[in-house]
Ligand binder design. Structure first.
Ligand SMILES: [Zn+2]
Length: 342
């Protein structure tokens, strides 16, 4: 019953987030006028940007590809636009703060202060730490399995989820890497790479949750579970990349997949006699609370630490506990199978 309330709660919140995501900042006429002016003159107040000089004499973008501007010039143009947006945003926010108004979102994102050109330095550092945590967990899992635990007479491992957890480790590190890149520079390409790798990881984690909690060891059954989910996730990623990067829809997909796997782990942790089930409980409860942070989404304090940065921070200890559970699981199952053999 409680679980059903949670699901309803998450779905309602996801809708709210979708509705509230239309950014107030970039609808502001003063901000728009500032950006327009800046793209013509290359300056905001006293500050002028070298990137903008190129775009003023740029060739027409309507011609065939060989007549268009070279790629580096287009990069320059993107840089000009991004510099203009950034400095107009800072100016607007300063003016509004003087009048006692709080920050608003611009183009779907909170106003962050850049440090050495990095957009969200705190989140970049935390994503890098998150990656390091996954690498540490995966490496110690690897060492445990291949150097410490006994093997079958034919040298094969007893633990039959090894390959699945290896893939999980790789997908996790890939996702952390792209999220660090996206937090440091938010352009179309980095955004798509970040969203795609996050969705791939989330979908794969659901498959893993089902396979491990129902203890699916038969190859054919594993394929039966994985195939439809892989098909759905692949279609969703292709849709986001090639058709429309629909934040509201993506949020719903992610919340449903995320809640589904939290429920699966929670129910399994409740019924199993696994000696390390408490670690799963910590990950499930922690993961649920972290999800609330992501959904609550408060603005950055001093332009640096927002709700998402807190979410990035919570993933670090949770990752440590999860890998610790995975290692316990490998040890526990190996011992059990050895007992049966004897
Ligand atoms: Zn992040």
């Amino acid at each position: 019953m409680v679980d059903r309330y949670w699901t309803a709660f998450f779905v309602v919140f996801a809708y709210l987030v979708g509705v509230l995501d239309a950014s107030a900042g970039d609808a502001d006429p003063l901000y728009r006028a500032c950006v327009e002016q800046c793209e013509k003159t290359g300056c905001v107040g006293e500050k002028c940007f070298p990137h903008c000089k190129f775009s003023s004499d740029g060739a027409s973008l309507d011609g065939p590809w060989y007549m268009q501007e070279p790629l580096y010039l287009r990069w320059k143009q993107w840089d000009c636009q991004s510099d203009c947006c950034y400095h107009c945003m800072l100016d607007r926010e300063q003016e509004k703060a003087a009048l006692g108004h709080g920050p608003v979102k611009y183009h779907g994102k909170w106003p962050f202060k850049r440090v050495y050109g990095i957009q969200e330095p705190v989140s970049v550092a935390l994503s890098a730490l998150h990656l390091a945590m996954h690498f540490h967990g995966w490496l110690s899992f690897f060492i445990l399995l291949y150097y410490k635990l006994p093997r079958k007479p034919d040298k094969k491992l007893y633990y039959d989820y090894t390959g699945l957890w290896h893939i999980y480790g790789l997908l996790s590190m890939n996702s952390c890497f792209w999220s660090a890149v996206f937090h440091s520079r938010d352009v179309d390409l980095t955004e798509k790479l970040d969203y795609s790798s996050a969705v791939a990881l989330l979908g794969y984690s659901l498959i893993l949750a089902i396979l491990r909690s129902f203890d699916v060891r038969d190859e054919a059954a594993r394929v039966m579970v994985a195939a439809p989910l892989i098909a759905f996730i692949t279609t969703h990623i292709l849709y986001l990349n090639n058709y429309k990067l629909d934040y509201g829809w993506n949020m719903k997909v992610c919340v449903v997949i995320g809640v589904a796997q939290l429920l699966i782990w929670a129910i399994w942790a409740g019924v199993t006699r696994h000696p390390s089930r408490w670690k799963l409980w910590v990950v499930v409860v922690g993961g649920g609370l972290a999800m609330l942070l992501e959904i609550y989404d408060f603005p950055p304090y001093q332009g640096f630490v927002d709700a998402h940065a807190f979410w990035d921070a919570t993933t670090i200890p949770l990752t440590y506990i999860l890998w610790s559970f995975i290692k316990d699981d490998a040890e526990f199952r190996t011992c059990n199978l050895l007992k049966k053999v004897k």
